[in-house]
Structures are given as C-alpha cells and as structure tokens.
Design a protein around this ligand. Structure first.
Ligand code: GLY
Ligand code: MN
Ligand code: MN
Length: 484
C-alpha cells in the first residue's frame, strides 16, 4: 500500500527502543474518547483561483488522467526525516497550505467526458477505533498531531476526497496517465513512464505559473513583507554576530526565526556571506566570522504557509558605514539594478533587463580600469569579459518556487515577452574574488548583490520589496536606526 511500502516506513518497523504494548492496554486505549470534530472550517480563499487553473489544465489534457503527488517524506537517517515540504505543482493545483499537507497524498485530475473531476487521495486523521492514533509514529495523532478528516478536507478545499488506501485499486485500469514523476516512489512504479509526454506535461504546468493571479500576488506580498521584517531581525543581531566565532550563523538563525514565526520555512537556504564569502555565489555553509569593516551579503526569503516565497538580497557594511572602495562597487551594482528594473515592462523581452544590468556592470568595470577593452566591445556576445565579475544571470521568475517556471523552454523564458502579472527578481552583482590581482588590495574580496522582487504591471514595474532600502545612504540610515 502507498504509505506502507515507502522506505521511510520500514525504518519505523525496526525501532527496538519502542516499548511493547500489552493486550489489556490495547483494549483500554480503544475506549473513553469523546468525538473531536473540527469546528468552524470555512472554504479556503485560494479556491476560485485553483478552479481556474484546473479548468485550463483540463482543456489541454482532455481524456487523460493527471497525477500530482504531494511527495513522500525524505529520510534523514533511520526513522528521522527531513522537514516536509509539499511538491509545488500539488500545492498550486489544490491550494492546500503547508500545515494541511499530508505526505504521500495524491491529487488526481480524473477525466470525465470533456473535462475532469478533481480528486484528492489522503491519509486522513486516525480514528479512535484503530490503534494507529497512538501506535504509529509516522501517522498517529498522538505522535504528529491531528490531521483533517476526508469531510473536513472536502469542506476546506472543495475537492472530492478519498482514502489513499484506495489508490492502488483506482489505478488498476489502463487509462492514459501523466504523472509528476520522482515525488512518490510507489506511484512511480505503478504508472508506466512516457518520457516525452511527461516532459511536455512538466513544461505545460511550469509555464502556466508565469503570470500570477491576485491570490498569488497577495501571498507573494505577504512573503516579501515577512522577509523585510526578517532582514531587520538580522541587522539587529549584527553586534552579537561580531562578538562570537561563526557569527554568520547568528544572522542566519535570526532570519529563520522570522520564517518559522510568520511562514512555513525559508523558501531556500539562506546565504549569509561575510567578507570574501560574498564572492561564493551559493555560500550556504554560513559558518564564517563576521568582522566589522567587512561587507556582508545576505540572500534570504520567507516561504509563507501557501508555499510562496520571497527572494531578497541586501549587502550591508557590518559596522554600518561603507568604505569608499565598498561604496564604489556598491554603486555599480545599484546603478545596474536601477537600469534592470527600468527595463521591466510589459512587451519587453525577459532577457532585456539582464542586458540592461550588464551595460552598467561593463561600464563600471571599465571605469575601475580592469576591463581590457571598451564596454561596448565587452558587451558583444563573442567577448563578455565583464562577466568575470557577474557570471550569473540578473534574475528569474519567482513564485511558489524560488526559481519558478523552471521547466520552461528558452523561447518561453529568456526569449519570451514580459506580461503584466509576472513576478521576477532583478539581482545584479559584482564580485571581486580575493585573489583577483586585476584589482588593488582594498577591493579584493568585495562582493555585492542587490536583489528585489518585481511585479510586472500594465504600465511598468512595481517593486514589491521596496520597503527594504537599497541606496547606500538609505542603507546606512536604516542600519543606524536599527542599531541605536
Ligand atoms: N536565492 C537564489 C537566487 O537568488 O536566485
Ligand atoms: Mn536570492
Ligand atoms: Mn534570486
């Protein structure tokens, strides 16, 4: 059976530290429980939006069964699992929020004539007439807390809900099926693979998410606002971070506290990169010292309960004041970002804002005297020497995944035209490696990135993360206020 045959279930069967339960105790545990229904459940605000998404999907795949696993728990070691996070496509088509997601659930779009029925298969709450509620450390509510019943889930999410135990029988017919593969090993085995068709399916459900609806825009703003508060939490602990070894961890922990308090989790591992660590793009070890006089680059985002995430980067002077050299590099990035944001508007190509950023990066490098050709020459695709100092792209789609729409093809992404409702990041950077001898000593190991979350509007762009200062004077004033 689905949940019974996953690897992580096996680890539970061999727990020799479990205390045997006597028969008399088993009988005793079946009696004396009052009913405990949830009261006041209302339908979730995502419902009008998820219905529209499903209708669009249904039209594209008439007659085909479509399966979206919520995903299984991933074993960390023995019977310990990594924190659970539902698969994004499952979340996007059902609207089920993190605290209501049950591992191993499946969302099925079942063909019915020219449309589909929306069916959800879950492991509901354990009734008191089976011993699961206290014996099963994976599912029992004495162990992990209460889940919703089938009826409660139907009321909240307006889907037809069935027991996951019935899924194997449900899938025995030979209906043509498309599956989001790799999330649930049991279902992967039950459904034969058609690689090409599944690739096309992943592509379609990926680009469907490019233009956000109002529910999504509101959730994104919540994620961003919580993240902005998380950045303030981090700045407040700078003095504590400088007073201990591995101070990056102090700062990382401050943001995580905010993410757990206001949201579900971090949307991705925070990058807390002090000094030359800023030049390592995916610095997530976060075990460095934080030294006054250095810059610190922080890239972090809160994922809210609906699974939408922010993605924000700021680079701060640890002691609250930029040096002249730091400010010079910072201003190149600041100008690049301003140019990038100005290039975000409906009708422009996605790649335009990156190109606008790169003009400023190339000009900045030339002004610093490190570019061995003119910026114009460097900007030609056959050269690109300025990319030595920003070798990553200048942004991406953002939503329920930090790198949203990632199964889109090039012509649907970099080459595609921006439309109102898209949400992107604009995040240029300038990173001078500590061993870059093209630069004088004082510039080496300086890394700056500024990243904001931008909504494409009818008339241009709205910076959803505008509440967090960007200009170096504003950054200094902001820090002075937080640290006084
Ligand atoms: N935090 C990942 C990124 O900026 O793309
Ligand atoms: Mn980022
Ligand atoms: Mn980003």
């Amino acid at each position: 059976m689905n949940s019974g045959s996953n690897n992580n279930e096996k680890a539970l069967e061999v727990r020799t530290h479990d205390i045997p339960i006597a028969e008399v105790m088993t009988d005793f545990m079946m009696q004396g429980w009052a009913p405990s229904p949830l009261t006041g459940i209302t339908s979730h605000p995502s419902i009008p939006y998820t219905k529209i998404r499903r209708e669009k999907l249904s039209k594209q795949y008439v007659g085909k069964r479509l399966i979206f696993p919520c995903g299984s728990l991933k074993v960390r070691s023995n019977d310990s699992d990594f924190p659970y996070r539902a698969h994004s496509a499952y979340s996007w088509f059902t609207g089920i929020v993190a605290s209501d997601c049950v591992p191993d659930s499946l969302f099925v779009m079942e063909p019915n004539g020219s449309s589909h029925d929306a069916l959800l298969f879950i492991h509901p709450r354990s009734p008191r007439d089976s011993d699961e509620f206290y014996k099963n450390a994976r599912h029992g509510e004495f162990w992990i807390g209460r889940r919703m019943t089938l009826e409660e889930t139907e009321t909240k999410y307006q889907l037809k809900v069935r027991q996951i135990e019935s899924i194997e029988e449900f899938l025995t017919d030979s209906k043509e099926t498309l599956l989001v593969r790799g999330q649930d090993s049991v279902i992967d085995r039950l459904i034969s693979e058609n690689e090409e068709a599944e690739k096309e399916f992943l592509n379609f459900i990926s680009i469907m998410r490019a233009v956000k609806d109002q529910y999504e825009i509101d959730e994104m703003q919540k994620a961003i606002d919580a993240s902005v508060r998380g950045f303030a939490d981090m700045v407040r602990v700078f003095p504590a971070a400088t007073s201990v070894p591995r101070g990056e961890r102090v700062i990382e922990a401050a943001f995580y506290g905010r993410a757990r308090l206001e949201g579900n989790d971090n949307g991705y591992p925070s990058i807390v990169a002090s000094g030359a660590h800023a030049c390592i793009l995916h610095w997530i070890k976060n075990d460095g010292d934080v030294l006054p006089g250095d810059l610190i680059l922080i890239d972090a985002g809160v994922e809210v309960e609906s699974h939408y995430t922010a993605d924000i980067t700021r680079t701060f002077p640890v002691n609250g004041k930029f040096t002249q050299a730091q400010r010079k590099i910072y201003m190149i990035v600041y100008k690049a970002q301003q140019a990038g944001i100005a290039a975000v508007k409906p009708g422009a190509k996605f790649k335009d804002f990156h190109n606008a950023c790169m003009v400023e990066i190339a000009k900045g490098a030339a002004e610093l005297g490190v570019l061995p050709m003119t910026p114009e020459e460097s900007l030609k695709p056959e050269n690109g020497l300025h990319r030595r100092w920003q070798f990553h792209g200048s942004g991406h789609h953002l939503g329920i995944d930090v790198h949203d729409c990632s199964h889109a093809r090039k012509e649907q992404y970099a080459e595609a035209v921006l439309e109102a409702g898209m949400i992107l990041t604009v995040e240029p950077g300038f990173y001078i490696q500590p061993d870059d001898t093209l630069f004088p000593e004082e510039y080496r190991g300086v890394g700056v990135r500024i990243e904001d979350d931008i909504l494409v509007t009818q008339s241009g762009a709205k910076i959803l993360s505008n509440a967090l200062p960007r200009h170096p004077d504003e950054v200094e004033a902001y820090m002075a206020k937080l640290l006084k």
